[in-house]
Design a protein around this ligand. Sequence first.
Ligand code: GCW
Length: 713
Amino acid sequence: MNRVVKNQRNLEDGYQLWLRYAPVTDAPTLTAYRTAITQIMINASSATLSIAQEEIEAGLERLLGVTVPLAKQPDRSGTLVIGTPHNNHVIAELKLGQALDQVGDEGFVIVRTVFQGNDYIAIAANTDIGNLYGVFHFLRHLQTHKPLHDLNISSSPKTKLRMLNHWDNLDRTVERGYAGFSLWDWHKLPDYISPQYKDYARANASVGINGTVLTNVNANALILTKQYLVKVAALADLFRPYGIRVFLTARFSAPVEIGKLDTADPLEPDVIAWWQKKADEIYELIPDFGGFLVKANSEGQPGPHDYGRSHSEGANLLADAVAPKGGVVIWRAFVYDENIPDDRAKQAYDDLVPQDGMFRENVLLQVKNGPIDFQPREPYHPLFGAMPKTPLMLEVQITQEYLGCATHLVYLAPLFKETLDADTYCYGPGSLVADVVDGSLDKHVVSGMAGVSNIGTDRNWCGHPFAAANWFAFGRLAWDHRATSEDIAEDWLRMTFTNEDRFVGLAKAMMIESREAAVNYMTPLGLHHIMARDHHYGPGPWVKGGRADWTSIYYHRADSTGIGFDRTPAGSDAVSHYFSPYREQLSSRDTCPEELLLWVHHIPWQYTMKSGRTLWDELCFKYNSGVESVRHMQQTWDSLAEFVDVARFEHVKGLLEIQEKEARWWRDACLLYFQTFSKLPIPPEYEQPAESLKYYQALTHYYVPGIPERRFG
Ligand code: GCW
């Protein structure tokens, strides 16, 4: 009891995320900070600058343990000057013109400079939102105990739209959400505004996220009715000063469902007029409405194909409706159809590439990182580089649908980076996915990245205490895809837990190790889509029957001769969607990266891998090393107890125990199942399965989070 009261850290519950502003206790650092910052000069002439002022005052008070007063004049050394050349004469006089020219509308410059004999720190930007981003950056700098001498930072976002996609339903269930229910309390909106909405906006702004799609891509047309739009407007009003624009998902059949038309055909004049009127109505209520996100003709969603029209015809219908007000349409490339007999991995490319150049200027195509789904590992989506005339957004999944829900510690920055850093070779070597996405390669004026949110009503926002790192990492990479997974993890750890170097070093290594661990105990060597049906919780390599492209056997193709999906020219030829030389590299067993081998090849069980082991033995090795890695993560975490408050320490420890158990479950179930084809023993040096295959196949799970209850029918 004593311990809890004495030690403030024991009161941690994760709600403050990475914005804890824990007091700086290291004496030299504290002295340096207190000397460099003695007063704040800011002219809070807008809602955004008021937020910046509130944030810097509160942040400094907590970090430095003193109240830093506001000043009207920079009359002494240690003045922290915040503003634009237009609203702050000191910023104007500092002549940061050239540096400011380079950071654009959202960027900022932070410098330490001597001017008229005084030593200042300036956070300068061209706009108020640039200032707010600069303030958050500066506070991060202090939170991570970085030095203030020679401060000379220039930063601006690489992509224009940096968005969260909430798969939140109007009944507050969250599709693939594992952290409770939806934050959006539609029943009480617009009258009751939960204070959490502000904290949500603040957290997003702190990492530069500037857009939010409030509703599920499996859309409900009701959100487009007046009754709901006034609720959306209340959220938009609140988010606006944080630089966050609101977007909605548009159900393609809305003109029929809520508009009483008898068609939603995109070429019908009535339908065109309906969407235009709807857009006008929305902009009346939300003048800076961002636009629509659309999932069409995929997994049962309505779309233009229902009327014999193309995706571009569908997208352009909505794009024309929002264009006059500066809105955009984000059309998802996650399109595939069980009635098309071809490899699912090829379908989006085959449908969309011929339409390159047919989309309106205000349409972006949102492409998942891989061509199947958000698997633990996939090659990058071949659409990147293949549609130069269309701005392509990257969509990643922050919520861990296929990576252990909110139970497994899996740090996703390495996964996101793997895609961003991949070479498409579309203009020869060095044409990275990141360069396609940020628009630089094809000179697009719009660009963006979207992350499917992992946020819910759980007190710590994302369920697992480490899951917030993935929200943070998404924001940081959308702002600057050159940031490294290591640096992002390090910042997050320092801000979320402590600046103790021993803790940071070990916890960072654990985070970095975690993604490969998950690949190994779930889907090593290029395996994919072998999870349980529907709720996707746990292994299900035996899943068959029903819609073929939702089964596991469709993807792993295990038989007595071997395992893997042949996507070479001798098979589905999906490799032909990639540019040379990646296409050839994938096509040959010898050059295909082993981590993707079974994604591209059907390989005999006795095939010799680079390690000298047979494929079967390598599979056993990988599954086991995945389990071993989790045990290693457990040991690391246990060794860090002294650095972490009891509540969060125990929470992570408990979840790691579940992760270890589930890693064994994945390993044993998958190896036993694949063994029915390989007919080979699990080498004796590895742990043998605890139960029989029948046992694993008979496991049934009810009410797994992430699926609306009605779907269990
Ligand atoms: O990963 C799959 C999910 C669906 C999701 C779909 C999509 C929103 O299993 O739940 O639907 O992707 O991205 O549209």
